[in-house]
Design a protein around this ligand. Structure first.
Ligand code: ZN
Length: 629
């Protein structure tokens, strides 16, 4: 680690960097009397100025959004920099050579003034490349832009350029301007092999700029088939001024709009940033040559002026494919503060903003961003979709899994809202979702830690594979089991009472298979020889696990001690049908909850009618089961 900046030098920077001058680069200030100046706040949207600067005290304050501080704070906030970086930036500006305390291991020697040289080299390089874009050699580059809906104005707005194919044009140009080869290598503009040569050759270039508009690097796209470098995109390597973990393409253009609207849109590529800005989404940025990471998030948060009471929105656009879902899931389980302010804008056809603008116009890009959904909803939605919500057990499993995720949200105030949302998604009562979330919370923390791998014990061994025989005590299948026991052990007592039973009355696959064998043999009423009845059923079963289950049903005592009479049979057979009807009612209610009565009025009304009929049917079965007939 390089040392810290010496305190005396920080104080000198504070003294010498005049706050009114620094602020004036971003805000038009006019005299407000009493030694103060005021202007429109760069940190919030306003029509009348409430942003005050008092040069004699070296301080700024906004009466609208309460932003305030000294000159260093201002640079940090307005340019999205950390403290040391802001001090370095100001020191460069006012010509102070900073001194550093010794760190544990001395970092690279800082070369005061180097930053200014590298920035100047990039400024000249950008101009040079932009000029080249108009030459005949750059035809392919212009064509690439044209095909994506970018005209000459757009190219100028974004400062696009073309790197000539020769390989020494920029090197010569900058040497003529007095730059040494070593400086250009440090800047990443030139590479050094046996001799020095331009890093970018025969490529379309996007200048990558800092918040203040200084160019610090380039992104370069392959446009020629004979390009010896296969990579579609090349980027400036790490340099004293270019750190890919913090660099955001488009931040120079987006900075003000991000602060004003408290919203930042993260897209994937240079053309997507351009498309967004041209379509009116002026808050779009992209990471360059690397995935959007934690440090990028920090830069955005500073630009959003996040503080305890207020958080802006960070909106990611990505397609709903598996990679995107995984990324979202990771974000959700990672930094919670970040997750709670993160939104996702998913384009249903999987188009990126550039293609979307091309296919459907500017408005479609704005709509994509406007249709953003909270990250947690996106993640919950994906999770829940993996379950069969038309089945009661599917809904229970979905609820359990999602409840665990909801409890991982540390912001307690959000949990109830999430539970409500979850109820709507799965199609269950809000109370039921809340109960499940509370239950998951009670078990929660250890599980979360295990998931994070914090406890480095070996994974629990996978349960040994055993035949999936239904648990005799599983209350979900109790009536099914007892009814089948009656059918297998006492076919004559059951007789025609079971005439209306069907495979759907049996939720467990083994019970269902056994019933199907019963039905195929003509049902219990057709049994001639009760002694061989179980064996003939077993012969009809192909699944050995189902045969094992049948064996258990044939010998397991009934839950009643007396001989099964008509009441006992009716209670089970009709009771079972009632359970089935109840399940269908629950399924239908769940679907109703997930159906929009306005948009899908016909479906909704049909389902509602079915529901009324089912309720009636259920009452009839209930009466038969309790022997009312
Ligand atoms: Zn303000």
């Amino acid at each position: 680690m390089a040392g810290l900046i010496k305190d005396e030098d920080i104080a000198t920077v504070r003294e010498r960097a005049r706050i009114d001058e620094v602020v004036s680069e971003h805000v038009t200030l006019r005299n407000a009397g009493g030694g103060s100046m005021k202007g429109l706040c760069p940190f919030h949207d306003e029509k009348t100025p409430s942003f005050h600067v008092t040069p004699s005290r070296g301080y700024y304050h906004c009466f609208g959004c309460q932003a305030g501080g000294d000159v260093i704070k201002f640079v940090m906030e307005v340019e999205g920099l950390g403290f040391a970086e802001a001090v370095e930036r100001l020191a460069d500006k006012v010509g102070i050579q900073l001194r550093y305390t010794e760190g544990d291991a001395p970092g690279p020697r800082r070369d005061p003034g180097q930053r200014a040289r590298l920035i100047e080299a990039h400024r000249l390089a950008q101009e040079f490349y932009a000029d080249q874009l108009t030459t005949p050699d750059a035809m392919a580059a212009r064509q690439f832009l044209g095909e994506r809906g970018f005209d000459r104005d757009a190219a100028e707005t974004f400062g696009l350029g073309f790197a000539p194919r020769g390989g020494e044009a920029l090197l010569h140009h900058l040497r003529q301007k007095g730059f040494r080869v070593e400086e250009l290598v440090t800047a990443g503009l030139v590479a050094q092999g046996r001799s020095a040569y331009d890093r970018f050759r025969g490529r379309l270039l996007w200048p990558i700029r800092e918040t203040n508009g200084d160019t610090i690097g380039f992104g370069a796209r392959r446009i020629f088939d004979d390009d010896r470098i296969d990579a579609k995109y090349l980027n400036t390597p790490e340099s004293p001024i270019y750190k890919k973990s913090t660099v955001l393409y488009g931040v120079d253009l987006a900075r003000k709009e991000i602060a004003r609207s408290s919203q930042a849109v993260v897209v994937e590529g240079y053309t997507d940033v351009m498309a967004c800005h041209l379509a009116g989404v002026g808050t779009a940025v992209a990471s360059c040559g690397t995935a959007f990471g934690e440090e990028h998030g920090r830069v955005l948060r500073r630009l959003l002026h996040d503080h305890a009471d207020f958080r802006g929105e960070i909106i990611f656009t990505f397609d709903g494919d598996e990679a995107g879902q995984k990324a979202a899931m990771k974000a959700f389980e990672g930094d919670q503060q970040f997750a709670s302010q993160t939104y996702v804008a998913v384009e249903p056809d999987g188009l990126d903003p550039c293609d979307l603008r091309l296919a459907k116009g500017d408005a479609a890009v704005r709509e994509l961003v406007a249709r953003r959904i909270p990250l947690y909803r996106f993640v919950l939605g994906n999770l829940v979709q993996g379950f069969d919500l038309d089945r009661a057990d599917g809904r229970i499993d979905a609820l359990r899994r999602a409840a665990r995720l909801v409890t991982s949200v540390r912001d307690r105030s959000k949990v109830d809202a999430f539970a409500r949302e979850l109820a709507g998604m799965v199609g269950v009562d809000v109370e039921e979702a809340r109960r499940e979330v509370r239950r998951a919370a009670a078990r929660g923390p250890e599980q979360a830690d295990q998931r994070r791998g914090r406890v480095l014990v070996e994974e629990p061994p996978a349960p040994a594979p055993r035949p999936d025989v239904p648990d005799p005590r599983d209350p979900r299948f109790a009536v099914e089991r007892e009814t089948l026991k009656l059918v297998v052990q006492h076919p004559a007592a059951v007789g025609t009472t079971a005439a209306d039973l069907g495979p759907d009355d049996f939720a467990h696959p083994h019970y269902r298979a056994i019933w199907e064998a019963v039905a195929a043999a003509g049902g219990p009423a057709a049994v001639r020889s009760p002694e061989s009845w179980p064996a003939s059923l077993a012969a009809a079963l192909t699944d050995p696990a189902a045969s094992a289950t049948l064996g258990a049903l044939a010998v397991e005592p009934l839950r009643s001690l007396r001989e099964p009479d008509a009441d006992y049979v009716a209670a089970h057979v009709y009771g079972l049908q009632e359970v089935t009807t109840q399940r269908r009612i629950a399924d239908l209610k769940s679907r109703l909850q997930r159906t929009n009565p306005v948009d899908q009025a016909a479906d909704y009304n049909k389902m509602f009618g079915d529901l009324v009929a089912l309720e009636q049917h259920r009452r009839t079965l209930r009466e038969k089961a309790v022997g009312g007939e």
